[in-house]
Design a protein around this ligand. Structure first.
Ligand code: PGA
Length: 249
């Protein structure tokens, strides 16, 4: 089985001014200088260039939190993959449940965004996850399978192998109700199995857990055999907490 390098991503959502982003990077870098994990910081659009500059030469990469699927056009308020690549952004979170729920992002749009990101040279971090209602109704796997198939529909197996997946149960995001290590492992093993069904190199794909990850629970979650890292929201806003999660990988 290939060794998968641990992957820790910070999703700052709509937090941090330029000054705060710069201060965070300066505080974080010395704390994670020796990590072997892939570390990706995803600030708001306006702080991307600053974080890229500030972390130049360090083992940290930078990701956006969204992008449009078209290369250019009359899409007021949107940002293209090319614009992100131009400022040396490396990755992009796609399909976060907040974008799906609050901003109407659809599986159809994601089926175009994921290949557009790859074509531009961005690493997509594709988020999937079930609602509490779906989990209680025993529909978790149905929902995950449906999202995976829809969002990856336009990719061939090699393309799928270049995607990073994040399992983010919606009931665990920002609630303090972290999935148990067993729940995270079961869902992520299921996703890996589904990737196999799509003919993808499933053992090579990094699959992260996200949803109320903290320095206190990160090690136990990431010790699960299929959990390759974390997508961290709230606890990624503090450099000490985020560094502790990176160290737990
Ligand atoms: P949280 O957010 O860590 O604050 O739960 C995770 C996410 O939304 O990616």
């Amino acid at each position: 089985m290939p060794e998968r390098t641990p992957y820790i991503a910070a999703n700052w959502k709509m937090h941090k001014t330029l000054a705060a982003a710069a201060g965070f990077v300066d505080a974080l870098l010395p704390r994670i200088a020796t990590t072997a994990a892939d570390v990706v910081l995803c600030p708001p659009f306006l702080a991307l260039a600053e974080v890229v500059e500030r972390s130049r030469g360090a083992a940290v990469r930078v990701g956006a939190q969204n992008m449009h699927e078209e290369p250019a056009g009359a899409f007021t308020g949107e940002v293209s993959a090319e614009m992100l690549v131009e400022i040396e952004v490396d990755a992009v979170i796609l399909g976060h449940s907040e974008r799906r729920r609050l901003f109407g992002e659809t599986d159809e749009a994601l089926a175009r965004k994921v290949p557009a990101a790859l074509a531009a040279g961005l690493e997509p971090i594709l988020c999937v996850g079930e609602t509490e209602e779906a989990r209680e109704a025993g529909q978790t796997e149905v929902v995950l399978e449906r999202q995976l198939q829809a969002d990856l529909a336009a990719l061939d197996p090699a393309g799928i192998g270049r995607v990073v997946l994040a399992y983010e149960p919606i009931w665990a995001i920002g609630t303090g109700r972290t999935a148990s290590p067993d729940q995270a492992q079961a869902a992520i093993a299921f996703l890996r199995h589904s990737l196999e069904g799509l003919g993808a190199p499933a053992q090579e794909v990094r699959i992260l857990y996200g949803g109320s990850v903290t320095p206190g629970n990160a090690a136990e979650l990431m010790a699960q055999p299929d959990v390759d890292g974390a997508l961290v929201g709230g606890a990624s806003l503090d450099p000490g907490d985020f560094a502790a999660i990176v160290q737990a990988a």
